[in-house]
Design a protein around this ligand. Sequence first.
Ligand SMILES: *Cc1c(COP(=O)(O)O)cnc(C)c1O
Length: 361
Amino acid sequence: MTVKESLISSQEQQKPWVETPLKESYALSQAAGCRIFLKLENVQPSGSFKSRGIGYYILRRLEELPVGTTNPHIFSSSGGNAGLAAVHASRTLGVPCTVVVPLSTKPLMIAKIKEAGAHEVVQHGPTWQDADMYMREELMTKAGAAAIYAPPFDHPDIWTGNSTVMHEIASQIPGGAPDAVICSVGGGGLLNGVAQALDDLNLSDTTTVVAVETSGAASLNAAVHAGELVSLKSITSQATSLGALRVTKQSLDYAQRPNVRSVVLPDAEAAMGCWRLADDERIMVEMACGVNVALCYDGRLEHALGRKVRPSDKVVIVLCGGSNVTVDMLAQWRGQFGYVEEGLQIVHGVVPSDLTAPNRQ
Ligand SMILES: *Cc1c(COP(=O)(O)O)cnc(C)c1O
């Protein structure tokens, strides 16, 4: 079967991502002092918003193949959510996907990528650069013309795919426009998609974007402060999905606009966002996503917005998701980072937002 045939055959015509709910969280709204809406990207087929950008990218590359091309094959060198998204999208579209990762990749993620249906997971070399080069120069060359490279964030089609999340938000939120959108930043592909959609929707003058990173992975914040793109020497944050040494040029351009604010929180607070979200909303996400949630608690939102929080504010958290989390990891984070809650009189066994619930004051 050729690519065109497989794309039009009914079963495989599915989009590799889904429309997700926008859920008003009363628990987080109590904590933040305004209306908090969660855009539930954790329910995407791959577990993160990356299904949108990478799914759209792969769809476009397959559509472009010359008529009669046989055996297209997708290649990804990400041992994280980008690899998972490439595998899920390829499976939905009926093409094989090989993932090449360094030897240091966690067994948890390798297991998840295999289980998602990867054609093959190859471990090669000590660093991502080694794995990526081996994949491009050895495996992709052998696969020939039908080999398609799936990058994690640095391509305009990925931004366009990611922009669908903001278009959905605008159609779901009461009144049609949020006051602020909170999203995290790795290489900047998600931020670019959100900002691009706000332009399309004519909302860039009225909606604030809070671009969040963890310290040790703050390549956007470093670029904003330097006024130009800079490369970090290394990533020292445990939020590895945010660990791009350098953001895209487009991301810096967006971040320099008056409606975009760059915020950095420590790993401890990102971890806290994960365990409190699990308790308050029964949703498990990795640290790269928990960092957004942390902004709702303990007065951090005012600082991030640079102004007082109004009860009528509608704030959307892009709950980007991520598969690098287990029940054991959540418990371990609370053990390691529980000090961030010191002085808060947290009552264990009671949901965190109970602290801020009106009938306790
Ligand atoms: C990839 C990823 C990010 C960062 O996205 P970029 O497009 O690289 O900025 C944030 N959160 C999660 C869960 C991710 O997988």
